[in-house]
Write a protein that binds this ligand. Sequence first.
Ligand SMILES: Cc1ncc(COP(=O)(O)O)c(C=O)c1O
Length: 406
Amino acid sequence: MVTPATRMQNIRYDIRGAVQQEAERLEKAGHPIIRLNIGNLAPYELYAPQEIVSDIAENLFHAQGYSHSKGLFQARKAVMQEAQRKGIEGVTHEHIFMGNGVSELISLVTQAIVNPDDEVLIPSPDYPLWSAAVTLAGGKPVYYQCDPVNQWAPNVKDIASKVTAKTRAILVINPNNPTGAVYSKALLTAIADIAETHQLLLFSDEIYDKVLFDETEHVSIAAVNPRVLCFTFNGLSKAYRAAGFRSGWLIISGAIDQAGDIFNALETLSSMRLCANVPAQLAVQTALGGSQSIEALCAPEGRLYEQRNFAVEHLNAIPGVSVNSPQGAMYLFVHLDPELYPIENDQDFAMQLLQQEKVLVVPGSGFNLASNQYFRIVFLPKIDDLHEAISRIARFLKERLAAPDT
Ligand SMILES: Cc1ncc(COP(=O)(O)O)c(C=O)c1O
């Protein structure tokens, strides 16, 4: 019997876990499923701007060779200009690495930086790829609390109290997946101050930085404190609806003089995978320059705006269900009142919801949260589909109220 490497033992990624596998089995058996589990826009007919698709098609012939391992000059230059727009100082194209999505760059950075037993401060709830990548690198995720009664803002005191001699970095996911929280400049300044005081690195996952509602502004933590070495991650998957093209970038900024051999380590890892997907890199300049089509989708009458409002209103109308109206991203992190719905195992809860009502959600514990009372949905489906899905969730919960042991 071949066994996986021991390093795989504690690696979890429940967004595509057992409940998703059951959904696939049910679909194969002919049951249509309403999928509310993954932030993948194209299946919901939220497509990339045509200009991006055309530019890739037009340049495909010239994308046959490997590019520089750090990425195409023109793509990195476009990212450099984006850094300038975001107020991140001192960035040249040399400080930018292109990757096969943010996911690959998370893996590269954690492999290059995290030593065995190093601690990385990670939000709870988190986007679980970060916990998995830190663990795979031999490090230890240490969770800081985010406060559900304060729009899920990170608790700065909790972050400070969890810094130890082993802490290497603080991660912020802003806008946040799964909570949709967008962090204020004051909050980011306070977090960056902790990093500066204790000479920690900052990792900032900003893949949803343009998916913003209600005129909320996004601030990059790299822009608020240039004295900290900061790693900022972003890409084409969300704002540009091009997740399948696999394109992302990493900006290293701030205390570059403290970066030592980190650039060399990252270049080695980048060279080992030769280069990032070249056709998609050809779309980065087009994407970042000019008008941003995501804005209309997030403004009143835009699909994402209207779907968010619909889902928030209808979920909150179910007895014992509550959810914040998120300021960013594309998720609702839904709370179930433990008095009405005491849930012992939220994986079982999601599995039963799937089997009974054919609605696929992600259990909250999959986001490294020490509570069974949450699940996450995307608000990407059109309103009719959201209506159907939320009605089924309401029916499921009503039955549970009537017969809590089933
Ligand atoms: C917070 C966060 N970071 C990174 C990713 C992955 O992005 P990419 O498609 O660029 O790998 C996701 C995907 O859902 C995400 O939610």
